[in-house]
Design a protein around this ligand. Structure first.
Ligand code: DNO
Length: 364
C-alpha cells in the first residue's frame, strides 16, 4: 500500500504540498481539478501542470478523486453518450499523463451527506456528524443552505453551489429512476469506458454511497456486500473496482467491514480508512482514527487489507478539527496527519507480525 493524503489543489486547499510532504510515510496525493464540473473534458495541459506542481514538492499524484459523473449518465438520459465520450477523453488524457487510478461515485444528486459539519466533542474538537432525525426534518434545499453556512468558506466536495442551485431540477430528473435503473446505467457507463481503461491501465474505483442507505427517497446502490458484488460481476473486468471506504460502508452497522474487504480481493484499488462513533444506529459522528475513540476495530480493517495483498493508495479520511485549525471540515492537516501515522503504525505491526509468522503477503 502507499500512504497518501487528499489535496484539493493550491487554489482551494488550506493544506500545502510542503506540509503533506512532512508527514512521515506519505509519498503521494490524491487530487483533482477541483474547478471542473461533471461532464467537462479535462485537457492534457491542465493535468500536466497539476502533475508538475505536485512533483515539484517531492510528492506524486497517486490517483484522482474524483472525476465526477454527469447526472445525464446516472439517469440514463438521451444525451448521456456525449458525456460518456467526454469522460473517455478525460481518462485518455489522464492515462497519457501516467495516472492510473480514478475514484468516482454514482450517487444521485448529493455526494456524501452529513447533517452537522462541526459537532463538538467532549475534548473540544469538532467533527462531521449525521442523524437520520435531522435529515427527516429537512428538505434538500434547507439542508444545502445549512451545510453551506458551516464550511469555513470552502466548497465541500460533491456540494458544488453550481449544481445545488438547480437542486429542484436535479430531483425532478431522478424522479422515476429506480435502483434497478441506476444499476443498468452504471453498467452501460462501465462497459463503454472499460476499453480506454484497459488501453491505459486505469483502475476505476467506485466510492460507496454515504450514508449507505437512501436519503430523501433517492435510490442508492453502492451500499452493501450484495450490491457491490453485483456491480463487480456485471462488468467483470479487473479495472472495474472499488474504493473501500470504511467510514461510508461502516455507516450501516450491518456491514461487516473486514469481511467485505476479503470478498473484494483483487478489486480494492483504493482505500479510505476512518472511524465512526455511534450513539445509535442512525446517529453517528466521525471520531479520531484510533480504534478506541470510535466504534470500529481499525486493526482488523487494516489486517484485512494486508491479507488481501492490497497494494494501492490508501488515505486517512476525514479528520477532526483540532488545535484551532481552520480548514474545510474533515480536511484539515493535523488530524489527518495523526491518522496517517496511526494507520502506518498499524500496517508496520501487521506486516512485521506476518513476516515473523511466515505469512507475509506481497501482492494483490
Ligand atoms: C467525502 C468524500 C467523497 C468522495 C466521492 C468520490 O469527503 O469521501 O466526496 O470523494 O464520493 O467520488
Amino acid at each position: 500500500m502507499e500512504m497518501t493524503l487528499r489535496w484539493f489543489g493550491s487554489a482551494f486547499d488550506t493544506v500545502t504540498l510542503q506540509q503533506i510532504r512532512q508527514i512521515p510515510g506519505v509519498t503521494g496525493v490524491i487530487t483533482t481539478l477541483y474547478n471542473t464540473l461533471p461532464g467537462e473534458v479535462w485537457t492534457r495541459e491542465q493535468i500536466h501542470s497539476l502533475k508538475e506542481e505536485v512533483e515539484a514538492s517531492g510528492l506524486h499524484i497517486s490517483g484522482i478523486e474524483s472525476v465526477n459523473i454527469h447526472d445525464a449518465i446516472k439517469t440514463g438520459s438521451k444525451n448521456r453518450d456525449q458525456y460518456i465520450d467526454n469522460y473517455i477523453t478525460t481518462l485518455k488524457h489522464l492515462g497519457e499523463e501516467d495516472i492510473h487510478l480514478v475514484c468516482y461515485n454514482f450517487m444521485p444528486v448529493f455526494d456524501w451527506t452529513r447533517t452537522e459539519l462541526a459537532r463538538k466533542r467532549p475534548d473540544g474538537s469538532t467533527v462531521l456528524a449525521y442523524t437520520q432525525e435531522a435529515v427527516d426534518a429537512l428538505c434538500p434545499e434547507t439542508m444545502f443552505a445549512s451545510i453551506a453556512g458551516e464550511t469555513n468558506g470552502s466548497t465541500m466536495p460533491g456540494w458544488e453551489p453550481e449544481r445545488m442551485a438547480h437542486i429542484k431540477e436535479l430531483f425532478e430528473q431522478y424522479r422515476n429512476v429506480t435502483e434497478e435503473d441506476l444499476f443498468q446505467n452504471l453498467k452501460y457507463f462501465l462497459e463503454r469506458i472499460m476499453p480506454v481503461c484497459e488501453q491505459y491501465n486505469i483502475n476505476m474505483a467506485i466510492h460507496p454511497d454515504d450514508p449507505a442507505w437512501s436519503v430523501f427517497d433517492l435510490p442508492r446502490i453502492i451500499i452493501n456486500k450484495a450490491n457491490i458484488l453485483r456491480m463487480i460481476q456485471m462488468v467483470d473486468n479487473p479495472h472495474n473496482g472499488v474504493t473501500f471506504c470504511s467510514g461510508s460502508y461502516g455507516t450501516n452497522l450491518e456491514n461487516d467491514l473486514p469481511d467485505m474487504i476479503r470478498f473484494l480481493k483483487g478489486r480494492v484499488h483504493f482505500a479510505h480508512v476512518r472511524n465512526l462513533k455511534f450513539h445509535s444506529p442512525t446517529n453517528f459522528e466521525e471520531s479520531a482514527h484510533l480504534s478506541s475513540d470510535g466504534s470500529f476495530d481499525m486493526y482488523e480493517i487494516m489486517k484485512a487489507l494486508y491479507e488481501i495483498g492490497f497494494d494501492g493508495p490508501i488515505r486517512p479520511d476525514h479528520g477532526r478539527m483540532i488545535w484551532d485549525e481552520e480548514a474545510m471540515p474533515g480536511y484539515g492537516l493535523y488530524d489527518r496527519a495523526l491518522g496517517a501515522t496511526y494507520l502506518n503504525g498499524l500496517w508496520e505491526a501487521i506486516e512485521k507480525g506476518a513476516i515473523h509468522n511466515g505469512t507475509h503477503r506481497t501482492r494483490n
